[in-house]
Write a protein that binds this ligand. Structure first.
Ligand code: C5P
Length: 212
């Protein structure tokens, strides 16, 4: 094994398929995976659980700095209200600095890492040798969220989810600090009409080329 750590940066809007794609890549290459959205979600949940405000940057930063990456539980953190709260605290520069430091420490784990989020290729790992920007139309992403919820036996309203997807995009793309956008050297992957398996094959080709 060499000393070089391979980092794969995956960004994109909510429900574009980047989480599933990241997990497949991490599994195929034996790399560590961090869903950085969970770090924002866990910080937001800790604030909500303690009855602390979501609009006090100093308080939110303190909670962000106490976060343990090892304890992030996707099932607990995936609820909609936590996602909304996460995107509110994600506009705070002090919170972002705290979480980005933890993410950068994770990114250098051997033999390699896959990080997915909104600002991995632009801010967290700007030197990553492989950057993917995974996207899909808002309609397709809302439909996927809807199907996921219904598959769990819960009820959902497509129009509400569609409006939420658009609102979340606006907040993530419109914020001043680290807005969601493709890095200039990112490969764009539109999964609107592509299966996750097909997206994985495209990603593999980029990664294998970088590993050579
Ligand atoms: O990806 P996920 O929906 O779990 O992310 C929740 C929220 O956390 C996003 O809407 C976004 O506002 C924020 N986030 C971020 N930067 C990241 C990952 C997530 O700002 N790298």
């Amino acid at each position: 094994m060499t000393d070089t750590v391979m980092t794969i940066a995956i960004d994109g809007p909510a429900a574009a398929g980047k989480g599933t794609l990241s997990r497949l890549i991490a599994e195929a290459y034996g790399f560590h995976h961090l869903d950085t959205g969970l770090t924002y979600r866990a910080t937001a949940k800790a604030l909500l659980d303690r009855g602390l405000p979501l609009d006090d940057e100093a308080v939110a930063e303190k909670v962000a700095r106490e976060l343990e990456l090892a304890g992030l539980d996707r099932d607990v953190l995936s609820v909609h209200a936590i996602g909304e709260a996460a995107s509110k605290i994600a506009v705070m520069p002090a919170v972002r600095r705290a979480l980005v430091e933890a993410q950068q420490a994770f990114a250098v784990r051997k033999p390699g890492t896959v990080l997915d989020g909104r600002d991995i290729g632009t801010v967290v790992c700007p030197d990553a040798p492989v950057k993917l920007y995974v996207t899909a139309s808002p309609e397709v992403r809302a439909r996927r969220r809807y199907d996921e919820i219904v598959a769990k036996g819960q009820s959902a309203d497509y129009e509400t989810i569609f409006e939420d997807v658009k609102k979340r995009d606006e907040r993530d793309m419109g914020r001043a600090d680290s807005p969601l956008k493709p890095a200039v050297d990112a490969h764009l992957l539109d999964t609107s009409e592509m299966s996750i398996e097909a997206a994985f094959q495209v990603a593999r080709a980029f990664i294998d080329a970088a590993l050579k």
